[in-house]
Design a protein around this ligand. Structure first.
Ligand code: 3HC
Ligand code: NAI
Length: 693
C-alpha cells in the first residue's frame, strides 16, 4: 500500500509511503483520496494530517508515469487536490525533507501547512521541460506573492522552508513536526469551518502587468530553445488576469502540450540518465565501498591541479606530487589563482581560500603517499612515464588503496599490469578544466574490482560529477565518438564546405561550439599529435590530411593567433581566414576533389550521425552498458544540446530507420569508407525500435 492511514485521538494521519520519494503515482493518489474519504466518514475524526514517510513529504508526480495511461487515470492529481481542498474536516500538510512539484501542489491544496526547518520547497517542473500542472502556477502566487512565486516557478530552484517562514506559505515552522502537526490539527478541528483555501486568496501586486512583462523579457533571452519557462509566465499571468478557475484550466492545457514536447522528453531522459549512469549492471547497489579519507594526485599540470581541487572542495585532503619543485610551485599557484578568482566573483568566502589551500600538501617524495586511500595519476600521456609511476605506486601505496589513471588515450589494462594489484586500478578520466566539467568517465579495466568501481561512483557523486562507466577501448566513450565527428568535419572541408559554415550549422543545431572553433581553442597541435599516432596504429584507416596541412603552417589556434580562423590579440572572436579558406580550396584541387555546395542539413547529419554510429558500436561492444550513458557523456562533457537529450536520444527522435538510410547514402559517396553502419542500428530499425526502447 502506497499510503498509510492511522488515527490519533480524533486526528487521522494519512502518510504517503511510496519510496524512494513518495512520488504521486496512481496508487499513492488513490490512497490519499481513500484516506480523506475514510476520515470524512468517521465521526470520531475531527481533522486530518497529511504527511510523508521516509525522506520526503513528496517529490511530486511520478515522472515515470508521464505519457502513460496511468498519468491520466483517476484519481488524477487534480482530483486528489480538489478532494483535499474540499474536505469538510481541516487538512494539515506536515512537510519535511522535500516538497517538490506535485508534492508542493498537494500541500497547497491543504487548509494549513506546517513545515520542519531544512525542508526543500520547489516547483522544479521547468527543469523537466514542463510547468506545474496541478495548480502550482495558480496557488503559489496566492500563497507567497507574485514575484517570489514566479521566481520559484521559472527557476525551479529549491528554497529552504525557513527562508519561506514568513512568506504566507506556512502556518508554523516546527522542529518536532509530527507532534506539532497533531496538536495543530486538534486545534483546527475544534474550530468552525469553512477552513481557509489558498485558491480564495487574492494576488496583491502594485503593477502585476509591468512585472510580468519584465519577467517575460528577461526569461525570453535565457530560455532560448526551451518553451517551458515562458509558458510558466503565461500561466501565472492567466491566474492574475482571468482568475483562479480559468487560470487552472489554462495551466492544464499548457502542461498537456509541454509534456509531449521533444524538449521535455530530453530533459526527463537526462534526469533519469544521470541517475541510471551510477548503476552498473553487475555491481549490486549494496556492494561495500572503501573509505576515501585521503587522496593523492600525481602531476600538478593542467589536469592534476583541477583534479585536486575537486577533492579539496569537499574537504578531502590531497597530497600533490611532482618531480620538480618548480612544477609543484606552478601547480599550487594555479590552484590558488583559481580560488582567488572564485573569491573575486563572490562564489567563495575569502576565509575559505586559505582553508582550502591548507588541505593541499605538496611533496616531491613518494613516501608521503603511503596513507592515501586513492591516488590519481595525471602525468604526461606516455606509457613509459605511466609505467614508472605505477611501479613506484605499487611499492608505496598501502594495501587496498585505489590507483587511478587520468589517461585519455592509453590502455588502462596495460597500466594495471604495471602493478601487482590490477584489481585496484581504474581509469578516472576527468575533462578539462577538471574542477569545472561535470563529466567523469570511469574506465573499468578487465580486472578492476567491483568494490573499486562502487567506491569511485560514490565518490564521484560526492565531488558532484556525473560519472559514466566505460570499458577499455581507444578514446573510451567520448573521445572515440568525437574522432568520427571530426573525421567527417574534415572530409566536408575537402568536399566543399569551409570552417565557418560547418561551425555555424552545428552551432545552430545547438552545440555550444563547432568543431573548428573548438579545435582552435583546445590547440590544433593536440589533435595533430593524436592523428600522427593513429596513422601509425591504424594505417588502413582513411583520414583527411587537411588539418595536418594547417598545422604544418604553425596555425595551432588561439594560442598562436591563428588556426582555422584568424584572431586579433587579446580577443577570442573567430574571424574567417582568407589564407586558410584558400588553402582548403587548393587542397581539394590537389586531391582532385570536385568541390560542391554542402547543405547545413548534410553537415548536421554527417556530424551527428557519425556520433550515433560510433555510439551504437560502443553499445554493441559493451563499452557502454546503456544508450543513456552515452547521452550523459555528450551532455555533460561535449556540449551536446541538452534540449535534444544527447546523440542517442536524438537518433531515436529522428527514427533509426531514417538514420540508417542516411548512413547508407553517405557510405555510397566520396569518403564513404568512413561509414561502416553499426549492425545495432540496422537491427533496431528493422524492429521499429530505438536505442531507448
Ligand atoms: N518521479 C519518479 N521518480 C522519482 C521522482 C519523481 N518525481 N523523483 C525522484 N525519483 C527517483 C529517482 O529517479 C531515483 O530513482 P532511482 O533510485 O531508481 O535512481 C530516486 O527517486 C531517488 O532520487 P535521487 O537520486 O534524485 O535522490 P535525492 O535524494 O538526491 O533527491 C529529490 C531527491 C530532490 C526529490 C530529487 O530526486 C528530485 O529532484 N526529483 C525530481 C523532483 C521533481 O522534478 N518533481 C516534479 C515532478 S513533475 C510534477 O510534479 C508534475 C506536477 O506539477 C503535475
Ligand atoms: P601537463 O603536461 O599539463 O601536466 C603533466 C604534469 O605531470 C606536469 O606538471 C609534469 O611535471 C608532471 N609529471 C610528469 N612526469 C611525472 C612523474 N613521473 N611524476 C610526477 N609528475 C610528473 O599534462 P595534462 O594535460 O595535465 O595531462 C595529464 C594527463 O591527463 C595525461 O594523461 C592526459 O592525457 C590526461 N588528460 C588531459 C586532458 C587535457 O585536456 N589536458 C583531458 C583529460 C585527460
Amino acid at each position: 500500500m502506497a499510503v498509510d492511514y492511522t488515527t490519533h485521538d480524533g486526528v487521522a494521519v494519512i502518510t504517503l509511503n511510496n519510496p524512494p520519494v513518495n512520488g504521486l503515482g496512481l496508487s499513492t493518489r488513490a490512497g490519499i483520496v481513500e484516506g480523506i474519504e475514510r476520515a470524512q466518514d468517521d465521526p470520531a475524526i475531527k481533522a486530518i494530517v497529511l504527511t510523508g514517510a521516509g525522506n520526503a513529504f513528496s517529490g511530486g508526480a511520478d515522472i515515470t508515469e508521464f505519457n502513460t495511461p496511468k498519468a491520466t487515470q483517476e484519481p488524477t492529481l487534480a482530483t486528489v487536490i480538489k478532494t483535499v481542498e474540499s474536505s469538510a474536516k481541516p487538512v494539515v500538510a506536515a512537510i519535511h525533507s522535500v516538497a517538490m512539484g506535485g508534492g508542493l501542489e498537494l500541500a497547497l491544496g491543504a487548509h494549513y501547512r506546517i513545515a520542519a526547518p531544512g525542508a526543500q520547497i520547489a516547483l522544479p517542473e521547468v527543469k523537466l521541460g514542463i510547468l506545474p500542472g496541478a495548480g502550482g502556477t495558480q496557488r503559489l502566487p496566492r500563497a507567497i506573492g507574485l514575484e517570489a512565486a514566479l521566481n520559484m516557478i521559472v527557476s525551479g530552484a529549491p528554497v529552504m522552508s525557513q527562508v519561506l517562514a514568513h512568506s504566507g506559505l506556512f502556518d508554523e515552522l516546527e522542529g518536532e513536526l509530527a507532534e506539532a502537526a497533531l496538536a495543530f490539527a486538534r486545534k483546527a478541528g475544534a474550530k468552525e469551518g469553512p477552513h481557509p483555501k489558498v485558491r480564495e486568496r487574492k494576488i496583491e501586486h502594485p503593477n502585476a502587468e509591468g512585472f510580468i512583462q519584465f519577467a517575460r523579457n528577461s526569461v525570453a533571452v535565457l530560455a532560448k530553445n526551451f518553451p517551458a519557462p515562458l509558458k510558466c509566465i503565461d500561466a501565472v499571468e492567466a491566474g492574475v488576469k482571468i482568475g483562479f478557475d480559468k487560470g487552472l484550466a489554462f495551466e492544464r492545457e499548457c502542461f498537456v502540450a509541454l509534456v509531449q514536447t521533444p524538449e521535455s522528453r530530453a530533459l526527463r531522459h537526462a534526469f533519469f540518465g544521470e541517475r541510471a549512469a551510477s548503476k552498473i549492471p553487475d555491481v549490486p547497489a549494496d556492494t561495500p565501498v572503501r573509505e576515501i579519507r585521503q587522496v593523492a594526485v600525481i602531476g600538478a599540470g593542467t589536469m592534476g591541479g583541477g583534479i585536486a581541487m575537486n577533492f579539496i572542495n569537499v574537504g578531502i585532503p590531497v597530497t600533490l606530487l611532482e618531480t620538480k619543485q618548480e612544477a609543484l610551485d606552478r601547480g599550487l599557484a594555479t590552484i590558488r589563482k583559481n580560488y582567488e578568482a572564485s573569491v573575486k566573483k563572490g562564489k567563495l568566502k575569502p576565509e575559505a581560500l586559505e582553508e582550502r589551500m591548507a588541505l593541499v600538501t605538496p611533496t616531491l617524495s613518494y613516501d608521503d603517499l603511503k596513507n592515501a586511500d586513492l591516488i590519481v595519476e595525471a602525468v604526461f600521456e606516455e606509457l613509459g612515464v605511466k609505467e614508472q609511476v605505477f611501479k613506484r605506486l605499487d611499492e608505496v601505496a598501502k594495501s587496498g588503496a585505489i590507483l587511478a589513471s587520468n589517461t585519455s588515450t592509453l590502455d588502462v589494462d596495460k597500466i594495471a599490469a604495471f602493478t601487482k594489484r590490477p584489481q585496484d586500478v581504474v581509469g578516472m578520466h576527468f575533462f578539462s578544466p577538471a574542477n569545472v566539467m561535470k563529466l567523469l568517465e570511469v574506465v573499468r579495466g578487465k580486472q578492476t574490482a567491483k568494490d573499486v568501481l562502487a567506491t569511485v561512483m560514490k565518490l564521484a557523486k560526492k565531488i558532484r560529477k556525473t560519472a559514466v562507466v566505460s570499458g577499455v577501448c581507444d578514446g573510451f566513450i567520448g573521445n572515440r565518438m568525437i574522432e568520427q565527428y571530426i573525421r567527417q568535419a574534415l572530409f566536408m572541408l575537402e568536399e566543399g564546405a569551409l570552417p565557418a559554415q560547418v561551425d555555424r550549422a552545428i552551432e545552430k543545431f545547438g552545440f555550444a561550439m563547432g568543431p573548428f572553433r573548438m579545435s582552435d581553442l583546445a590547440g590544433n597541435d593536440i589533435g595533430w599529435a593524436i592523428r600522427k599516432r593513429r596513422y601509425h596504429e591504424y594505417p588502413e584507416m582513411h583520414y583527411s590530411k587537411i588539418a595536418d596541412r594547417l598545422c604544418e603552417t604553425g596555425r595551432f589556434g588561439q594560442k598562436t593567433g591563428g588556426g582555422w580562423y584568424d584572431y586579433k590579440a587579446g580577443d577570442r572572436t573567430a574571424h574567417p581566414s582568407k589564407v586558410v579558406d584558400d588553402m582548403i580550396v587548393a587542397y581539394s584541387k590537389e586531391t582532385n576533389t570536385e568541390r560542391r555546395k554542402i547543405s547545413d542539413e548534410e553537415i548536421v547529419e554527417r556530424l551527428v550521425f557519425a556520433l550515433v554510429n560510433e555510439g551504437a558500436k560502443i553499445l554493441e561492444e559493451g563499452i557502454a552498458s546503456k544508450a543513456s550513458d552515452i547521452d550523459m557523456v555528450y551532455l555533460t562533457g561535449y556540449g551536446f544540446p541538452l534540449y535534444r537529450g544527447g546523440p542517442m536520444l536524438y537518433a531515436d527522435t529522428v527514427g533509426l530507420y531514417n538514420v540508417e538510410r542516411a548512413i547508407r547514402r553517405y557510405a555510397s559517396r566520396p569518403n564513404g569508407d568512413a561509414w561502416q553502419l553499426a549492425p545495432r542500428i540496422a537491427e533496431l530499425a528493422a524492429q521499429g525500435r530505438g536505442f531507448n526502447g
